[in-house]
Structure formats: C-alpha cells, structure tokens
Ligand binder design. Sequence first.
Ligand code: SF4
Length: 353
Amino acid sequence: MKLPVPRIPGRRGRLQDIPVDGRKRVLLASPRGYCAGVDRAVIAVEKALERFGAPVYVRKQIVHNIHVVTELEAQGAIFVDEVDEVPEGAHVVFSAHGVSPAVVGAAADRGLQAIDATCPLVTKVHREAVRFARDDFEILLIGHLGHEEVEGTAGEAPDHVTIVNSPDEADTVVVRDPDKVVWLSQTTLSVDETMETVRRLRTRFPHLQDPPSDDICYATQNRQVAIKKVAKDADLVIVVGSANSSNSVRLVEVALEHGAKAAYRVDYADEVRQEWLDGVETVGVTSGASVPEVLVQQVLEELAGAGYRDVEQIRTAEEDLMFSLPKELRHDTAGRRDERALGGRTTTAGADA
Ligand code: SF4
C-alpha cells in the first residue's frame, strides 16, 4: 500500500497572538479521540509485533489515522492493500473496519496467520447482514461506497445488499420486494443525515424494517453530540483527524450544521492557519475516534501560543465501554491469558482543563 511520506510536524508557535474584541477561549469537546475499537486494534498490532516480531503485515490502515499508521510502520508493521501481498504463512492483522468472508478465505488459502482486529461493533453489523440475508431480506446498507467497512459488510451477503450512499439515493434505489427490506448502516456516519436517508426510504417503503439496535456506534454518536454543543458557541471548530477518517470528516460537517461559523480538519497542529483565527473569540476543538490525544494536545499548545489559553472542557457523556483483545492475542506463548480490557483512551487527566 502506498502511504504518504510520513509527516514530520513542522515548527509550532507560528501563530500570532492578535487581539480580538472579546475573550479568547477554547471549548474542548469530550468525548473525543480514541474509541474502544481503535484502542483495541492499535494494541493488537503492537502486541502482535511484540509477540511474533517484525514484520507483522496489516491489511489496509489499521485505523484511519496517518500518525498512528506511520508510528506502527516505524515499529515494524507493513501495511498492504490485499492479502496476496503478504508472504505465505506470515501474520496478518485485519483492520478495525472489518473484512468480508472473501478476504478471510483468501488469507486462509495463502496459509496466513490472521489476527482479526475488526471492531466488535462492526462485527455486530456483519452478523445482522448475515441474519437478514438468511431470512431473504433485501438489505439497504447506508454508507459510503468504497469505504472498507461498507465493502466488508456488503461482502457478507453480496446478493442481498444494495448500498445507499446518500439521502438522494434513497429516492431512486430500486428494490425487489418493497415489503421485505431492512436498512443497516456504516458505524461512522452522521446520525442526522442517516435518519434523513431512513425517513426518505420509509416514504417509499413503508414496511422498511429497522436494525435490531443502532449501527452507528456509541463513539460516533457521542462525538457528534459533544461537537454539536460546542459548535453553537464557536466561531471556529478544529477537528483533529485524517482525511480518510469518516467519523472525523463527519465532525466537520456536524459542526458547520450546528452553528460553527467555520470548521476545519487537521492532521497536525502545524496545519492550523493564522487566517482561520481572524476575529475569532471561541475555538471549539475535537478529534475523531482514531486520533491519539497527543495530537489534540499539540493543537491546544499551538492555540495557547495565539492567546487561546483559557480551555473549558464540554463533556456530554462518559465512556466506559471495554473490549478484550482479539482472541488470537489473548494468550502468550506460555498459555498465560492477557486479561487486559481495552477502552478508548479518550481523554487524559491533563486534558481536563
Ligand atoms: S468508531 Fe465505533 S465502530 Fe469504529 S472502531 Fe470505534 S467503536 Fe468501533
């Protein structure tokens, strides 16, 4: 897989402290950053490296964050697009976004030692797809065409799944039997936009069945609720996260829809531009579910240099969901069990300003 050249964050402290009419402050959204599924997937790669030695192959980016990926590369992970790039018999980790049965089969055919770091909340959606397909439902999978998670879920029941990429597509999608349709979704979508898609689908298919429980995961929902609260008071919102991170990109959109006068996404603190701060009193800050907290702290440092030293945390939920390690890594070579329970390392004590 061709990755961008690793970014070395540039010089910080570039931003000038230019006076504004009111009080400069930062509203820091919480929850933000790492969710339990990302925490688990990143630790799975680290633990696989520790246990089996480098290199460990990873199919696709383990999570959609360029900083995380380049750090793991430095430790000996090799990221590939497909399992046929992995030497026969080697260890391969499947990313948090999940894989289709075809990928699992291709890995087995090559004799690869697969470690499945699929987030359990993605696996839940896979199971729903299998179950509804078995009952011969047509599954309208709301999600982004080409996203790895959508490919994995659709691959569970390719003959039963139709992808609905946007609310507009809800108006045109064609189904076999309008009385036997169910909708499922990608885990990292905008809640509001997804509900709009469902509303439009239901107008056309009144018997549309709902998923048994929310497919948009707790972490995606919680980060959107927090940024909505911040955005209404923010002149500017900065979302830390990578361009291919669905939930990070959604946070920019949600911020703009809920009152932020401007919102931008950055991978690193040195991407914050001076002109974004023109006349800005209140800056909202958040981060996507695949973003290590250190990157947020660097943005806060950069903002502090521009006079935004007053940081108030806006907390809208507590998160305590924990996952255990992928089963392939739960025991060491001596058979001892690793009982670690992995939650999202969302906020650090120091971040509770
Ligand atoms: S964003 Fe949600 S579905 Fe994705 S890894 Fe995190 S908890 Fe799992």
